[in-house]
Design a protein around this ligand. Structure first.
Ligand code: GDP
Length: 303
């Protein structure tokens, strides 16, 4: 991800090397190139406009007596503006004062939610927590089983509807009851974090939103995380906005950052939704997961 954007920006900065001072024309040309680079990376237009305007304004106002040469100054400005659109500070998970902390996952089918649930649980375990996974995705035939398999791999307890019990399984089961039951079970068994996996659909629909909203109302999560596949480009922003309206969430998890998408989703989502990216998933292994650090992501782009 970001390979083309990185190359494009590197070329732009190369053109500035050796210049003693940046003329108005230099700044305009640089701004134009940055604009094209971001648009080609699939960054949403309003974000591109704001980004370029900020870079231009700061480049004009930069104190030329600084120790940095003009090319270095532009790199520094672009770096800082990238960190800003990626959210600035890392937004960490907020834990409930009284355990268990309830984390609900929402997103489209295929976003990587079920995988992410196990990754997050494994990470939390490493942080000294005792997480429990709750399989409230009763829509996709194999989702409960997949969460159980991943949970086992992560060494984490999974609360799932048993075949034949009152909650039912798979189609026809009541995901709200499963989610509520899971949180109760976590309280009883002293798990301090509960991760509730919810159903996704292939596209956004009212029923999906309602089900997620019902689960949210039932379990009153401390954090709702919207999980989105960074490979889907501009659609990520559209989906993010639909979930914001339909369910609401506190933070975003970007998945499949190991893919070769152009990176626009990662760069647009914070500005377009106002919600911070909190975690990133970058592979199929359970350990391919980390807290999202805006500054490290910006450095990666400018490497
Ligand atoms: P869900 O429908 O949202 O629960 O999605 P899944 O967790 O089943 O993931 C869908 C597919 O994406 C699976 O094949 C996962 O192995 C794969 N996947 C999930 N996260 C990542 C990731 O970060 N990188 C890559 N390359 N694949 C991923």
């Amino acid at each position: 991800m970001f390979a083309t954007l990185s190359d494009r920006l590197a070329d732009t900065f190369k053109n500035l090397r050796g210049k003693g001072r940046l003329s108005e024309a230099d700044i305009d040309a640089t701004a134009r190139e940055i604009r094209i680079a971001l648009l080609e990376a699939d960054v949403a237009l309003p974000v591109v406009k704001e980004f370029v305007a900020a870079v231009k304004e700061r480049a004009r106002g930069e104190d030329v007596s600084q120790a940095l040469n003009p090319a270095q100054q532009i790199v520094k400005i672009v770096d800082e503006e990238l960190v800003a659109i990626l959210g600035g500070e890392t937004r960490r998970l907020r834990f409930a004062k009284t355990p268990p902390t309830v984390i609900m996952l929402a997103g489209l089918q295929g976003a990587g939610k079920t995988t992410l649930a196990a990754k997050l649980a494994l990470w939390l375990k490493g942080e000294g927590h005792s997480p429990m996974l709750v399989a409230a995705d009763l829509q996709r035939p194999n989702a409960v089983n997949q969460l159980q398999v991943n949970g086992e791999r992560a060494g984490v307890t999974v609360w799932a509807p048993e075949p034949g019990n009152a909650q039912g399984v798979e189609h026809g089961g009541d995901p709200v009851a499963v989610a509520r039951g899971g949180v109760e079970e976590a309280k009883r068994t002293l798990h301090d974090v509960v991760i509730v996996d919810t159903a996704g659909r292939l596209g956004i629909d009212a029923e999906l939103m309602q089900q997620a909203a019902d689960i949210r109302d039932a379990v009153q999560p401390d954090e709702v995380l919207f999980v989105v596949d960074a490979m889907i480009g501009q659609d990520a922003v559209t989906t993010a906005q639909a979930f914001l309206d339909g369910v609401g969430y506190d933070g975003v998890v970007l998945t499949k950052l190991d893919g070769d998408a152009r990176g626009g989703a990662a760069l647009s989502i914070r500005s377009m939704t106002g919600k911070p990216v909190m975690f990133a998933s970058n592979g199929e292994q359970l350990t391919d997961f980390d807290v999202f650090h805006p500054d490290r992501m910006a450095s990666r782009i400018l490497d």
